[in-house]
Design a protein. Structure first.
Length: 237
């Protein structure tokens, strides 16, 4: 029976691991769910296999320069299957029931779900590891004759988990849950017009870390908690 292997990846965040590239070489195309982080990753993927991708919240600084080549949402038809792609599933504003497959990312968590005839697929993150989440990608196999699909989860070797540390080098680290809560509180306090020292004192947080969060929130309109966490990780905080 005719079949076609497609590599599905997301949230590479500036890293294309050798194990991911090896899997891509066994496929006919790549679907990337956003947050490549830089154009070099996009170029490398295209040099291996035809690549269809959308921009994520971490791609806004450079994606616009590609003149529409990296949109925020994309419809692709591959081997008779209609595929809709967007980085954040919560931002879908159209009826997706007409699609066979919806590809998304953002959460860094591998997910598969069916709603009617539509399969919603999140390959997780195969780039920079967030907290204790696994590094994953997906192999999607399409069967045009029977109009069926099969998915295979690929778990990648894990680097050591790195908690968020205070930027000033002070002792201690924050868990994923605590860091998420802190960023959310800092954003709320900033919306209320409070100063950085006041926010740091109210939340018993390192002032340098609070300043970083406030700067990211102020300079990236529309950024959410996950977007700020991504940027903090990339800066090694």
């Amino acid at each position: 029976m005719e079949s076609h292997r497609i590599a599905v990846i997301s949230d590479t965040h500036g890293i294309l691991r050798p194990e991911v590239a090896q899997q891509i070489e066994t496929c006919e195309a790549v679907l990337h769910g956003g947050d490549m982080d830089n154009p070099e990753i996009y170029s490398r993927l295209k040099s291996i296999r035809p690549t269809y991708a959308v921009a994520g919240n971490a791609d806004a600084d450079w994606a616009e320069r590609l003149q529409g080549e990296l949109p925020t949402e994309l419809t692709v038809e591959l081997f008779g299957f209609r595929i809709y792609m967007i980085h954040n599933r919560k931002q879908i504003r159209r009826d997706s029931s007409d699609y066979d497959i919806v590809i998304y990312g953002h959460s860094h968590k591998y997910q598969e779900e069916s709603q009617g005839r539509t399969r919603y697929l999140n390959p997780g993150s195969c780039g920079r590891r967030r907290f204790k989440l696994p590094l994953t990608m997906m192999i999607l196999t399409l069967y045009p004759e029977s109009h069926e699909i099969a998915t295979q989860r690929i778990d990648l070797p894990l680097p050591p988990a790195r908690p968020f540390a205070f930027p000033a080098g002070e002792p201690g680290a924050l868990s994923e849950k605590d860091m998420h809560k802190l960023v959310k509180r800092v954003m709320r306090d900033m919306d209320a017009g409070r100063s950085v020292p006041d926010i740091a004192a109210r939340n018993q947080a390192d002032q340098a870390l609070v300043e970083q969060i406030c700067r990211m929130y102020a300079t990236h309109p529309g950024v959410d908690v996950d977007g700020i966490l991504d940027r903090l990780e990339r800066r090694g905080l």
